[in-house]
Design a protein around this ligand. Structure first.
Ligand code: ZN
Length: 435
């Protein structure tokens, strides 16, 4: 009995008393291991790869089924510190882990609602090597790049500069380790919503970051077909933040109306992570610039956590916007690769059902028409009202039941499955990506 008590004494305080200071990579690892060991029912620690110097890229997943996906439970992620000298996000994510675990253990409703309805993945540092070399200057870039001198937020395959061939993705010389790790991660889970935490400004920036002068370019902005959703997501963060929504200037950055901006309108960039998430993984990602200073003094951490806490929690709940469900074929089996399109939203790559036969579609409340196409089956069109999901901790559940076509018209149905927005070349390129 006394041994058990000593055991708990060692574990519990460590997991429940995260101090406000910058933690080294080793300390962060130790903390995540402790949370994982102390909370096996809601925590699962895994590595998505290693940095150039061989440091693990640890991800902590929190949820009531932390080890594997549950049908109907959306996957959410927070990624921080991809620029090694933009460090506040690291500590914010550790504090958020601490907060959620403590809230859940204390039977607090808000924490239970989040962990019962969502699997939340935290990658507190995507660039531990850069962090090890980071200067503490507010504006300079020492430590920004990874161990090979690569800017990780310029190294993702970019849909606007030609579709990535399979060999590009596998080419060790072209892709930084961390970028390949994140690309691999996005293939293992169907992430629905994500944010990527940076520093050096105070703004929520949303896709696209790039453009090739096509129809997406509207004035100075490069707009996605889901621009209304992206604007809403960015505003959820900025308006729940203590001051971001005021849109004030941060040095030479800003002002930003309501604390949000289209990424391209702010400044165009190629190879960014948020465009990759959206175009290639169907995951809406917002880039959060959470502090004017890239490396704020440690004494400011309690106040900066207080500024961001409500926003970080509110943003997770937006994973329940819109509609979710499965697509079943003529024999009642859930199918992978069915195209689920929303009328009026010509996505560069349509949303498709994953290996569980599931789709998730973030949408604001309203009436929408959905078209579902799958080879050998009749094209299915349905219109229905989508309510506001976050207040119910669930998107609207809507399954689609397909009907098999008669054998004679099967080939024309296969053609119909290739939608106008999706050329055969793109289809082949994507199939090589997911294989
Ligand atoms: Zn950055």
């Amino acid at each position: 009995m006394s041994q058990l008590f000593l055991f708990l004494l060692v574990l519990v305080p460590a997991a429940m008393m995260l101090d406000f200071r910058y933690h080294s990579n080793r300390e962060m690892e130790r903390y995540l291991l402790q949370v994982n060991a102390s909370n096996p029912d809601i925590a699962h620690l895994y590595s998505v790869g290693r940095s150039v110097a061989g440091q693990d890229l640890w991800v902590l997943a929190l949820g009531v089924s932390p080890r594997r996906h549950t049908v109907g439970i959306p996957e959410f992620k927070y990624v921080a510190n991809m620029h090694g000298n933009e460090v506040l996000g690291r500590e914010l994510l550790l504090q958020l882990v601490e907060d959620l675990v403590r809230g859940y253990r204390g039977n607090e409703t808000w924490a239970a609602q989040i962990l019962n309805s969502t699997r939340v993945h935290f990658l507190p540092t995507m660039n531990p090597d850069g962090f090890d070399r980071a200067g503490t200057n507010c504006h300079l870039s020492q430590g920004r790049f990874n161990g090979n001198g690569v800017d990780l937020n310029r190294n993702f395959p970019d849909a606007f500069t030609g579709l990535p061939a399979e060999r590009d993705l596998d080419d060790a010389n072209r892709e930084a380790e961390q970028v390949r790790a994140v690309i691999g991660w996005l293939k293992t889970e169907t992430f629905v919503l994500s944010a990527n935490l940076h520093g050096g400004a105070l703004v929520a920036s949303y896709a696209y970051d790039n453009s090739n002068g096509g129809g997406e370019l509207v004035g100075q902005a490069s707009l996605t077909p889901d621009d209304d959703v992206f604007v809403h997501l960015a505003k959820v963060y900025s308006h729940n933040h203590a001051s971001m929504h005021q849109g004030g200037r941060c040095g030479d950055q800003g002002p930003f109306q309501e604390g949000i901006t289209n990424g391209y309108q702010w400044y165009p960039l190629t190879g960014g992570m948020q465009d990759y998430n959206y175009v290639w993984a169907g995951c809406l990602e917002v880039t959060l610039e959470v502090s004017c200073c890239k490396f704020p003094p440690a004494r400011q951490l309690p106040a900066l956590w207080a500024d961001n806490r409500k926003s970080l929690l509110a943003f997770i709940r937006q994973v329940h916007l819109g509609v979710k469900g499965r697509v079943f074929d003529g024999s009642g089996a859930a199918v992978q690769g069915a195209v689920v399109e929303v009328t009026g939203r010509r996505n560069m790559r349509p949303f498709r059902t994953d290996k569980h036969g599931e789709y998730y579609r973030l949408l604001l409340p309203g009436n929408y028409t959905f078209t579902v196409t799958y080879p050998g089956h009749e094209v299915l069109t349905e219109t229905f009202l989508v309510p506001y999901g976050p207040e119910r901790n669930s998107a609207l559940l809507h399954n689609f039941l397909l009907r098999r076509v008669a054998a004679a018209s099967a080939s024309s149905s296969l053609l119909a499955a290739t939608t106008p927005t999706w050329t055969l070349a793109m289809l082949l390129a994507f199939q090589s990506l997911i294989s």
